[in-house]
Design a protein around this ligand. Structure first.
Ligand SMILES: CC(C)(COP(=O)(O)OP(=O)(O)OC[C@H]1O[C@@H](n2cnc3c(N)ncnc32)[C@H](O)[C@@H]1OP(=O)(O)O)[C@@H](O)C(=O)NCCC(=O)NCCS
Length: 181
């Protein structure tokens, strides 16, 4: 089943493909910007740091993790986390270079991973979590058909404070209902 995750995928405007070391400069363009890194990782201070992250996270542990490419430029990443084959669940996470926000690219990529999850991986429940101030991420979750389940209280140590996380999900049943409408 997981062999499927090594594929590259096309959407209307994007290619989703494994990140390689050749993408380091494109990733550094946004990973070095504090506002871009704020919700998901520590700001990168050198290209070498970004290269190490690509090696550790996207190459050594790269299954289910994709670069979002627009005209061959890496403009973000999107990935499955916590893939649980037994329970058929996974978490979806993403980050987009802020220069490319507001055009629906992240939604387009997320819809593709959602469809791969349900159609190719026989998944049952895809979920995502956001800190309560992360409205753009919340909006994306709603756009791809996720529903809010509630808040995980004080679930996350975030920039020096213990904060709540909102948890959203879409199930195979939800998707089938949506597609029938
Ligand atoms: C979360 C994040 C990916 C959302 O980016 P985004 O640009 O808002 O999302 P999209 O690329 O899907 O674009 C959606 C926006 O484009 C608009 N849009 C334009 N064309 C569109 C289209 N064809 N389809 C969908 N939306 C479109 C939407 O109306 C929306 O704008 P709005 O927020 O003003 O309503 C981005 O803010 C980010 O990387 N944040 C930092 C990392 C992060 O928080 N990750 C998630 C952790 S939980």
């Amino acid at each position: 089943m997981r062999e499927d995750l090594k594929n590259a995928y096309k959407t209307e405007r994007l290619v989703l493909a494994p990140v390689t070391i050749d993408d380091a400069l494109d990733m550094f363009e946004y990973s070095s910007v504090p506002e871009n890194a704020y919700y998901v990782f520590e700001t990168n201070h050198s290209l070498d740091e970004t290269k190490n992250i690509i090696n550790k996270i996207f190459i050594e542990n790269g299954l289910g993790k994709y670069g979002i490419f627009l005209d061959n430029k890496l403009i973000g990443t999107i990935y499955f986390l916590n893939m649980d084959d037994h329970n058929k669940t996974a978490e979806l996470s993403y980050v987009l270079n802020k220069k490319f926000e507001g055009k629906g690219y992240a939604t387009e990529a997320a819809e593709k991973l959602r469809d791969i999850f349900f159609e190719d991986l026989s998944g049952e429940r895809l979920y995502a979590r956001h800190t309560l101030d992360n409205i753009k991420s919340m909006n994306l979750m709603a756009r791809i058909g996720m529903k809010i389940e509630g808040n995980l209280r004080k679930a996350y140590y975030f920039h020096g404070r213990q904060v709540d996380l909102a948890i959203w999900s879409i199930t195979r049943d939800d998707l089938e209902v949506e597609r029938r409408q």
